[in-house]
Design a protein around this ligand. Structure first.
Ligand code: DC
Length: 228
């Protein structure tokens, strides 16, 4: 399966929590009529199942088993776990924090790789996460590292949660985002980092449309360079 991405165009958008990568990746996928993979959702789904089953975050074997047996169905923007809609539930901070903790286990990451590569289908794929360009789709046509300041990210996450009718506290969110950044960046495997072949996009003072257009422009450049 590695190598498939050299025939099917893949755009990877990696970056820290709440940087807006999900929003931008979805907009770019829509604009190009490409498939979209939210890789963080897979980690969040494992976290949700583990929380429901009362599995401790230190119980690696049980977590790997959950990851291997996930009965998940992505239908457009809706995500189903065991046929029940969980799109909103996996967005809870509790799931995000648990996801970040279990994402440090190499066996667990390994067991999610094939599921992620299966999203690579004609006419193309836009995917967001932490290791999309470095590990899962190393042959991607365009790799973007998307970031924004902690304050702006906390504010965006706050707005998202409030919009969904969930409770939120901006100071707690800033602290959680910082802790999550540290954990994601300092883990031994597939850490969050800008790779040499990824283009940096800082969206602190960019609108969604500006960020989307920048990625689309880079994509056009990459396509032009590929065929000359
Ligand atoms: O992108 P997100 O906030 O939905 O991701 C939740 C957690 O999942 C994140 O803190 C780390 C982990 N994750 C990962 O390790 N690798 C990915 N490709 C995507 C997410």
């Amino acid at each position: 399966m590695v190598g498939m991405e050299s025939f099917i165009p893949v755009i990877t958008i990696d970056g820290p929590s709440a940087s807006g990568k999900g929003t931008i990746a979805q907009c770019v996928a829509k604009a190009l009529d490409f498939h979209y993979l939210d890789s963080g959702a897979l980690y969040r789904l494992v976290a949700l199942q583990a929380l429901r089953d009362g599995v401790d975050v230190a119980n690696v074997d049980a977590l790997v088993k959950i990851a291997g047996n996930l009965n998940v169905d992505f239908q457009g923007e809706q995500i189903f776990l065991d046929n029940a809609l969980v799109t909103g539930k996996i967005r809870a901070e509790e799931c995000g924090i648990m996801a970040s903790k279990l994402a440090v286990y190499p066996q667990l990451r390994e067991s999610l790789i094939k599921r992620q590569r299966d999203f690579c289908r004609e006419p193309g794929l836009v995917t967001d996460g932490r290791d999309m360009g470095s590990v899962v789709f190393p042959g991607a046509l365009l790799k973007v590292f998307l970031t924004a300041s902690v304050d702006v990210r906390a504010q965006r996450r706050y707005n998202q949660l409030i919009e969904k009718g969930m409770s939120a506290n901006i100071t707690d969110l800033q602290r959680d985002i910082q802790l999550r950044d540290e954990r994601d960046a300092n883990r031994g495997i597939a850490p969050l980092q800008q790779n040499k072949d990824a283009r940096l996009l800082d969206t602190t003072s960019l609108s969604i449309l500006q960020a989307q257009n920048k990625v689309l422009k880079w994509y056009e450049e990459c396509c032009a360079n590929k065929w000359v």
